[in-house]
Design a protein around this ligand. Sequence first.
Ligand code: GRF
Length: 201
Amino acid sequence: MNKKVRIAVLVSGGGTNLQALIDAQKKEILKSGKIELVISNNSNAFALKRAKKNNIPFEIIDKKDFEEKLKEILKLYKIELIVLAGFTAILPADFVQDYDKRIINIHPSLIPSFCGKGFYGIKVHEEALKKGVKITGATTHFVNEIIDGGEIIMQKAVEVYEDDTAEKLQKRVMEFAEWIILPQSVEKVCKCILKNILEEK
Ligand code: GRF
C-alpha cells in the first residue's frame, strides 16, 4: 500500500524542527507520512522559506478568524496529522478535542519538568539552569486541552554542562534531542494511523 498520512506542520519561527522533518522525509526516516502543508501564524517566519525551498505548499493565517480558517485549510488539504513545530499560539480546546491523538507537539524539556503555561522558548532553558538540573532534554507528546499535558510519545535526555548559558543549552537540546525525536515520533504515529486504517478495511 502506498498510502501515506497527510501531514501539516504548524510553525511560527525559524523552523529548524520543520527542517529536521523535511530531512527525515528525504532520508526515509519519515516514510509513513508526507508533509503536504506548512501553516504559519507569522508571515515573517523563516520556516516559510524552508517550505518554499522544498516545494511544500504553505499558508499564512493571521489572528483574525484563526480557528475557522485553520479548519477550512486542513479540510482542503485533507490533513490527517498536525505537527506543532515551534508554533507559538495555543489551539482552542474544542479544536484539539476534534483532533484527538492527531496533534503532536515538541517541547524542549523533559516533561513534567519546566512545562505548562509560560514555559516556552529560551525561558525553558533559563529555568532549567536556575534550578541547577544536571539533565534536561526534549519531549514529544500528543496535544490535549492542558498545555504540555497530553500523552508522552518520546523523550530524549541531554546533559547540562557547568558553563552552560541558556542559549548554549537550547542549541544542544535542539541538536541532540528535538531534531532526532520529532521525526521519529511523527513516523511512529503515522505508522499507527496507517495500521488503524488498514484494520478498519
Ligand atoms: C523549539 O525549541 C521547540 O521545542 C519549541 O520552539 C522551538 C522552535 O524552534 N516548541 P524552530 O522554529 O523549530 O527552530
